[in-house]
Design a protein around this ligand. Structure first.
Ligand code: PEP
Ligand code: MN
Length: 338
């Protein structure tokens, strides 16, 4: 069950409610948000407990939901979560486009790509400064130098930036530069990292782990929200199946409507990692928008053949711009803008 406290509730009153909840045999977990405090009561939801708690003056409402995921669920919050990042509104009517190369490789090429994707219709710039590479011999990213280049691109284009954090040690430095912090598929269940990011006042894009079930993905999001960060975006990026020849991952488009029904959080799709091949990115983007995705995360590179990372799945800027044009019609049909 979720116990939402009145915004004016003071520490003494919060403790009193916690004691009352424990008295009914529940374990209590406190989550201090920007606007109010919520208490998660772990155990079966009970109508009599709800009634007993709702008469307490500092309790604003009690929602009968059961674990595993509560705060991210629609049962807890009916209305969709929406928030702004700079001038970009996420989770509202517009399909938000995040685009850029997999990795920041050097200043000139990043700035040129940033300008090109802005021209093509991107709302937010992506780029990796810390790269989670399968091989330790592959390019690992420019680290802080990459973050500085992205910050310069933000200055020049006026677009917010999203970049990945790989571990707890880098949270502080990445948060200093990024407007949105990405948690990659490989880190979806790095619970310590999620707890740290939960305590940060910075939006987080949480990719689905490559072998994660929908429930595991939502529970990972619960880590962020229960630790106080309510600005969370979920991103479907393909899951591992038996197919390895024609696609890198299998993009689970069905996850979009399912997660949108289960959760109030905005849902994005990454068709680049989802397929691993640029050729399938436009059709999967159309499918994602049609399925109700709140945004896309797309890899774009000026010279994919020379890319240090994920060239085969990167669109050239011209193809990205053409794809955006074709997405407009679909967005319009389902009552969204692009
Ligand atoms: C990326 O966005 O470049 C990336 C590494 O993504 P994922 O975590 O989905 O593999
Ligand atoms: Mn990539």
């Amino acid at each position: 069950m979720i116990v939402v406290l009145d915004a004016s509730a003071e520490e003494g009153e919060i403790l009193e409610v916690e004691v009352r909840i424990r008295g009914f045999g529940y374990e209590v977990y406190r989550s201090t948000g920007e606007n109010c405090t919520v208490l998660s009561a772990l155990g079966p939801p009970r109508e009599d407990v709800k009634e007993a708690l709702e008469v307490m003056p500092s309790v604003s409402r009690v929602v009968l939901v059961s674990p595993p995921f509560m705060l991210v669920s629609r049962a807890f919050k009916q209305e969709k979560t929406a928030f702004s990042v700079g001038c970009v509104e996420i989770g509202r009517g517009k399909v938000v486009l995040m685009a850029g190369p997999c990795a920041v490789e050097d200043r000139d090429s990043y700035l040129q790509t940033a300008l090109a994707v802005k021209e093509g219709g991107a709302d937010i710039l992506r780029g990796g400064a810390y790269k989670p590479r399968t091989s330790p011999y592959s390019f690992q990213g420019l680290e802080e130098e990459g973050l500085k280049i992205m910050a310069e691109a933000r200055e020049i284009t006026g677009l917010p930036i999203i970049t990945e954090v790989l571990d707890q040690h880098a949270v502080e430095i990445v948060a200093r530069y990024a407007d949105i912090i990405q948690v990659g598929a490989r880190n979806m269940q790095n619970f310590k990292l999620l707890k740290d990011l939960g305590q940060l006042q910075k939006p987080v894009l949480l990719k689905r782990g490559m072998s994660a079930t929908i429930e595991e993905w939502l529970m990972a999001a619960e880590y962020l929200v229960s630790n106080g960060n309510h600005r969370v975006i979920l991103c479907e990026r393909g899951i591992r199946t038996f197919e390895t020849t024609y696609t890198r991952n299998t993009l689970d488009i069905s996850a979009v409507p399912i997660v949108k029904e289960l959760s109030h959080l905005p849902v994005f799709v990454d068709p680049s990692h989802g397929t691993g091949k640029w050729k399938w990115v436009p059709s999967m983007s159309l499918a994602a928008v049609a399925a109700g995705a709140d945004g896309l995360l797309v890899e774009v590179h000026r010279a994919p053949k020379e890319a240090l990372c994920d060239g085969p799945q990167s669109l050239v800027p011209e193809k990205f711009a053409r794809m955006i044009d074709s997405l407009r019609g679909v967005a319009q049909i389902i009552g969204r803008t692009l």
